[in-house]
Design a protein around this ligand. Structure first.
Ligand code: HAX
Length: 438
């Protein structure tokens, strides 16, 4: 499948010319002001990263190389007309910037199937962890344990010229992505199915094989996981998992180290772990209310109580978005199309009716609308994947597509080590003109 790599390189080299011009001739162009509030609110809104794979608009949501999610559902190649696009096609789009042909997508599927063998030591490392350690701990440990195999690291040690770094990074990235479904499924079967593992089926696509190895061979679950792998794949470069992967990669750490860093970031409750928190929060609510069909008034009271306790309502709010997350809407539409009367999904929809005005009324929550995590757990649960502690691992498998594609860009563009400036409290006070007592 060398032609995909070559196509990527050709395209990236054209963009590289622009990048060089930007740095050389326009490096002193001012991009904007940075305020104290921006720095102290988590660097929000400061244009500080170059990410090609996707762009997030606060009032519109995510676009992958210019395409919205509904557009991708229409345009990216599928296995069958009624199905969901294959994540392989999204990966191609993020890397090359063009909608692939079906043949390209099938070739990526085949490439990943060829690379998907997971060395025994990775399973041994997973098995050495307590079975009840968090799935994300097992997942990120397994990823780190593969650094041993990094061809980038070997090439670096051998003194390869830096203009070839991207090539070795590409190889690591493709191998790492290829192995993740097997690793995720291994962790799933280890924890929830007494270690009765299921061998991969190399004739299946990447997400279909993940469903298969987890023990779900139905058309419905494969379709859901294809959708799931597409919608979680990327959210421009500033989110914690993407930024952490990029930052660690900027030290020329290999793809395994970099992605493991991204995954431990994803495991935080304000980021990818929120998909599990949504399920726990809803479960606690239903237990407390002693019903699986809560009324809007009951839900409203429970949200008020959550806020009074100084807790967040998981699945709501966003650091960038100021609308209902299109990833939420895409899942809602999927549920409307395929699912009739699921009580948990009805509750998710009821929360969507009730929560935004309550969150808005606090006057401090900038985005009272649901994000991707508000819906995803209920969908998985509907199809029998009820083990919510595992949900962030599925998010992580998907997120590999965007953040690892970006890592190849980082190396082909030769982006330098990242090293922003930090200041002391005295400096900020002085900038604000506030004298500090001796
Ligand atoms: N419930 C209660 N309070 C919330 C809230 C929510 N859903 N969302 C924001 N707030 C609070 C913040 O905690 C903050 O409070 P303080 O001023 O007391 O510290 C205040 O409102 C302002 O926050 P913000 O500027 O609106 O939001 P941030 O950019 O700081 O944070 C978060 C964005 C997504 C982290 C936030 O909305 C949140 O905690 N949401 C709940 C957790 C969640 O769903 N996370 C997943 C986000 C999507 C994602 O990354 N998925 O992987």
């Amino acid at each position: 499948m060398e032609y995909i790599k070559n196509r990527f390189y050709e395209k990236a080299m054209k963009d590289m010319a622009d990048l060089q011009k930007l740095r050389k001739d326009h490096g002193d162009v001012v991009l904007g002001q940075v305020t104290i509030d921006q720095v102290l609110s988590g660097m929000k809104g400061i244009p500080a990263l170059l990410t090609e794979t996707s762009k997030l608009d606060a009032n519109e949501g995510i676009r992958f190389r210019g395409y919205s999610l509904p557009e991708l559902q229409e345009k990216l190649p599928k296995l069958d007309v009624e199905g969901e696009p294959l994540p392989e096609g999204l990966f191609y789009l993020m890397m090359i910037g063009e909608i692939p042909e079906k043949e390209d997508v099938i070739n990526i599927s085949k490439d990943w199937a060829t690379r998907s063998h997971v060395p025994q030591h990775v399973f041994d490392v997973i098995d050495a962890l307590p079975k009840n350690s968090r799935p994300m701990t097992q997942f990120s440990t397994a990823i780190l344990s593969m650094a041993y195999d990094s061809v980038f690291q070997k090439a670096y040690r051998a003194g390869v010229n830096k203009k070839f770094y991207w090539d070795f990074m590409y190889e690591d990235v493709m191998t790492l992505i290829a192995r993740l479904p097997r690793i995720a499924a291994y962790i799933y079967r280890r924890i929830y199915h007494n270690g009765h593992h299921i061998e991969p089926n190399p004739s299946l696509d990447w997400a279909g094989n993940l469903a298969h190895m987890m023990g779900y061979d139905s058309v419905e679950v494969k379709r859901l996981l294809r959708l799931y792998m597409v919608i979680h794949a990327d959210h421009e470069g500033g989110n914690v998992s993407a930024h952490a992967t990029h930052l660690v990669g900027s030290a020329l750490s290999n793809a395994y180290y970099s992605f493991a860093a991204g995954m431990v970031g994803l495991a935080g409750p304000l980021h990818g772990f929120a998909n599990q928190e949504v399920m726990s929060w809803m479960e606690e609510m239903l237990i407390e209310l002693e019903t699986d069909e809560p009324s809007d008034a009951q839900i409203a009271a429970y949200i008020e109580k959550t806020l009074l306790q100084g807790r967040v309502v998981p699945g709501y709010g966003h650091a960038v978005l100021r609308i209902t997350d299109p990833r939420f809407t895409v899942q809602q539409t999927f549920a409307e199309k395929y699912i009739v009367n699921d009580k948990l999904i009805n509750t998710v929809n009821a929360i969507y009716r009730v929560a935004p005005p309550i969150l808005e009324a606090t006057g401090k929550i900038k985005n009272p609308w649901p994000n991707v995590d508000a819906f995803s757990g209920a969908l998985l649960n509907h199809y029998g994947i009820t083990e919510s502690n595992f949900y962030t691992v599925l998010f992580g498998v998907s997120r590999s597509l965007g953040v690892l594609a970006s890592l190849v860009f980082d190396r082909v563009y030769g982006l330098p080590i990242e090293r922003p400036n930090s200041q002391t409290m005295d400096w900020f006070l002085a900038k604000a003109g506030i004298p500090r007592p001796e």
